[in-house]
Ligand binder design. Structure first.
Ligand code: B12
Length: 316
């Protein structure tokens, strides 16, 4: 071991990090050189190097330095003279996406923490973070400040690397469950005057689920048809329930066929308001009379206003 001991500069070169980073990891997280020969600088043994390699890999994958250091310190000594009993690969987060982290732009520490939990595929931490934010800040603020940045970041990373599909799926499931729990916690009374639906073949449901939870929070009843609704089924639902407003979500151009909106406007029980929501729709192809909200807050306030005006006209 003594023969293989390395200087800080040599370790930094092997790991591809700066010497100052090594010093920080030593001072803050106790991942320093363990070999000490009196009268000489301390040197890194191969066990030290193995721990630092774990630290480097996990921080590159988006795990926080403090947590990465905890894994690195816990990891058994992989060298032949080491005393560890559990293989590091079985206890460490694996990060098979090729490394890197989820970009969250200017979003705050909660979004960064959520992004790290998503990278670790830590469903419990993801769910807890979202539930806490929903309880503390409400649906619109949680969507805009926490969920949207992380979802967009996952999309960005996926577009760049073709990876992170497992992260996207787990995150989607946790978001759905948290929004459904928030909706169940605030079930509004009164008839459901707002109909929520995805366009035909559209599988991106999370923004509509956020809208459902925000409407529930605002005391507005709704009906949710969910993903991939064929236009004939949508028109049938309109004719059977007579909603004041229909929100039709399209996330991509592929599902944004404007004839779906025209069919709603031509329905025998034409809704007072048809909202074309989502980035799939192109403003210049929307039929006259269709409104395009800019964000979740506007979709909530338009839906609440049209519900109120229908209730008012029924009372008059
Ligand atoms: C999660 C996700 C999925 C999940 C969806 C799970 C679910 N239950 O919703 C799954 C895995 C199913 C999925 C599937 C696919 N996906 Co996807 N997905 C995403 C991801 C990561 C997040 C989607 C989301 O919820 N975004 C919400 C926010 C982040 O979107 P936003 O556009 O910023 O929203 C703002 C505006 O729309 C505006 N707004 C305006 N009006 C309104 C109204 C309301 C009510 C709200 C809330 C907002 C709003 O405000 C929003 C912010 O709040 C996105 C990345 C992204 N940037 O969106 C990719 C993304 C949308 N998917 C993409 C693709 C390609 C696909 C697939 C085709 C992949 C495949 N090969 O199978 C399929 C499509 C299937 C289909 N036919 O629909 C691409 C689309 C590229 C494009 N523009 O065409 C994206 C952009 C990823 C990428 N960069 O490549 N996906």
């Amino acid at each position: 071991m003594v023969d293989e001991a390395l200087s800080a500069g040599a370790v930094a070169r092997r790991l591809g990090v700066a010497v100052t980073t090594l010093r920080t990891w030593h001072q803050r997280y106790g991942l320093g050189p363990s070999e000490h020969i009196p009268g000489h600088h301390r040197r890194y043994t191969s066990s030290d190097l193995a721990r630092l390699e774990i630290m480097r890999r996990l921080t590159a994958e988006g795990v926080s330095p403090a947590e990465a250091a905890r894994w690195a310190r816990q990891a058994p000594d992989p060298t032949p003279n080491g005393t560890g009993t559990v293989a590091p690969a079985r206890i460490l987060p694996t990060g098979r996406d090729g490394g890197g982290s989820i970009p969250v732009g200017r979003a705050g520490p909660a979004a960064r923490g959520l992004a790290r939990a998503a990278m670790r595929l830590d469903a419990a931490a993801i769910s807890e973070t979202i539930a806490h934010a929903l309880a503390a800040s409400g649906v619109v603020a949680t969507w805009e400040g926490l969920l949207r940045p992380v979802l967009a970041g996952i999309g960005e990373r996926h577009a760049a690397t073709a990876g992170l599909i497992e992260v996207e799926h787990l995150m989607s499931r946790c978001v759905s469950e948290a929004l459904a729990a928030a909706s169940r916690a605030n079930v509004p009374t009164g008839p459901a005057r707002i109909l929520l639906s995805c366009a035909d073949e559209e599988q991106h449901t999370l923004p509509l689920e956020a809208l459902a939870a925000a409407l529930a929070e605002a005391g507005v009843s709704y009906r949710m048809l969910g993903a991939r609704v064929p236009v004939a089924a949508l028109v049938e639902a309109v004719n059977r329930t007579g909603p004041a407003a229909v929100v039709l979500w399209s996330h991509t151009r592929a599902t944004a066929d404007p004839t779906q909106l025209s069919a709603l406007l031509a329905a025998p029980r034409r809704p007072l308001l048809v909202l074309a929501a989502g980035p799939g729709w192109r403003a210049d192809t929307l039929p006259a009379g269709v409104v395009r909200p800019v964000d979740l807050a506007e979709a909530v306030s338009l839906s609440a206003a049209v519900r109120d005006s229908l209730d008012q006209s029924r009372r008059d």
